[in-house]
Design a protein around this ligand. Structure first.
Ligand code: AMP
Ligand code: GLY
Length: 449
């Protein structure tokens, strides 16, 4: 099979690394790729958002499969155009990608299909939004820009003054341009966040082993949000019972809902959840693999991934047997450049990659790297994701941090607490669901095991 992976971050290196191990593969391309993908695939000098260029390339190379990593090309309709040209694609078309591209469209879908989520109001005019906020009696409230905002479109506001200021900033000053033309004002949900990724061809569903991300830049979950500073998998806090509840109340209704709306969704639905006293509620959908979640999935997915991706793209997922997973823990630590998630330095030479990569149970995935005169240099905010495997979470952490310490460049930093709150999280979720049951909330409903 000739395959193209679209994108150039850590997620795409992990996809390429895993696909490259497939005996079914004959040729692997990555566009645009990074210094890591160059080791396992041929990098193609096309931007991930160059829809016309990517379609031309796929057709000229008679590719058997295109796997789209990031959301922007999906929102721009890359999957539709490739399908029209007769190329199998892992990734939804523009209508499916709207789930990530528009929070209002997502909320409509959630409500139409009675999928649990926070209640929300939509506003197209700032005056009406502010009148509503001034009459709110319950705080905090969550103000959300409708469109794609690279993590900057959700603001938790403690009172009407703060919320009205945000409305002005989004709708009048257009801080996020068109993305803030419409806003949602949403009920604040108290609970513990979790995410679930499900591969689907629109009919069959394969739920992946859960991965826990660490979104904030600072240790102890402090500071601004990032794309993700580290992961661990599996997630002991998501018990079999809770996962079953998530599957029945959220995953299956979501995928059935998409089908009933006539959306041909072939790819991965990444569901962000808040586990509340009333059970799991949807915070958001993404229409792509998580980054760095994919890095942990690639390490723990023992079966050949390529046939699953191809079966998803061609509507044959129901024919696939459940995959094998490595039962060990994986911890992934993101090595970032000083300043991230704000502005950061680029072009620093990275040392120690070979030593780190030679360690047992370690794989170093590249994200923001490029090659300059035969050297690997930094070119992004999140530079690497160093993954370690182990029988216990502590062993996996030791492997990952040991390798992280082998690597060096000016201004490198990471969070030192990835995977240290596993028991704490488990206890919080257990208490949350227990409180729901004693209060007779939705957590009480029986779940078929
Ligand atoms: P979103 O992009 O909608 O997932 O929001 C980004 C982050 O904001 C989430 O990961 C949560 O931490 C937080 N968030 C979003 N919506 C809510 C809500 N209704 N209640 C509490 N926190 C929220
Ligand atoms: N790591 C979070 C995301 O990919 O959205």
């Amino acid at each position: 099979m000739k395959v193209l992976v679209v994108g150039g971050g850590g997620r795409e290196h992990a996809l390429c690394w895993k696909i490259a191990q497939s005996p079914k593969l004959t040729k692997l391309y990555c566009a645009p790729g990074n210094a890591g993908t160059a080791d396992v695939a041929e990098n193609v000098d096309l931007a991930a958002t160059d829809v016309a260029g990517l379609v031309r390339f796929a057709v000229s190379q008679s590719l058997d499969l295109v796997v789209v990593g990031p959301e922007d090309p999906l929102v721009a309709g890359l999957a539709d155009e490739l399908r029209e040209a007769g190329i199998a694609v892992f990734g939804p078309g523009a209508r499916g990608a709207e789930l990530e591209g528009s929070k209002a469209a997502t909320k409509d879908l959630l409500e139409r299909h009675r999928i649990p989520t926070a209640t929300a109001r939509r506003f197209d005019r700032s005056g009406q939004a502010k009148t509503y906020l001034e009459n709110c009696t319950v705080w905090p409230q969550v103000v959300k820009a409708d469109g794609l905002a690279a993590g900057k479109g959700v603001i938790i506001c403690k009172d009407a003054r703060e919320a009205c200021r945000e409305i002005d900033s989004l709708m009048e000053e257009r801080r996020l341009g068109g993305a803030g033309e419409r806003v949602l004002i949403e009920e604040f949900l108290e609970g513990e966040e979790a995410s679930v990724l499900a591969i689907t061809d629109g009919e069959a569903i394969l739920i992946l082993e859960p991965v826990v991300d660490h979104k904030q830049v600072g240790e102890g979950d402090t500071g601004p949000n990032t794309g993700g500073m580290g992961v661990y998998s599996p997630a002991p806090s998501l018990t079999r019972r809770l996962l079953r509840q998530i599957e029945q109340r959220v995953v299956i209704p979501s995928i059935h809902g998409l089908r009933r709306e006539g959306i041909d969704f072939r790819g991965v639905l990444f569901i962000g959840l808040m586990i509340t006293e009333q059970g799991p509620k949807v915070l958001e959908y993404n229409v792509r693999f998580g980054d760095p979640e994919m890095q942990a999935v690639a390490r723990r997915f023992k079966s050949d991934l390529l046939p699953y991706l191809h079966a998803t793209a061609t509507g044959k997922l129901s024919k696939m047997a459940p995959p094998d997973w490595d039962p060990r823990f994986c911890v992934g630590v993101v090595a970032a450049s000083e300043g991230y998630p704000g502005s950061y330095r680029k072009g620093d030479r990275i040392r120690g990659l070979d030593e780190a990569g030679e360690r047992q149970d370690v794989v170093v995935f590249h994200a923001g790297t490029s090659e300059l005169e035969g050297e690997v240099v930094t070119s992004g905010g999140r530079v690497l994701c160093v993954t370690g495997m182990g029988e216990t979470i502590d062993a996996a952490r030791d492997a990952a941090y040991g390798a992280y310490d082998d690597i060096d460049w000016a201004g490198k930093f990471c969070r030192r607490d990835i995977g240290t709150r596993v028991e704490h999280r488990k206890e919080r979720i257990r208490k949350m669901l227990g409180a729901g049951r004693t209060k007779g909330g939705a957590g009480r409903e029986p779940v078929r095991d």
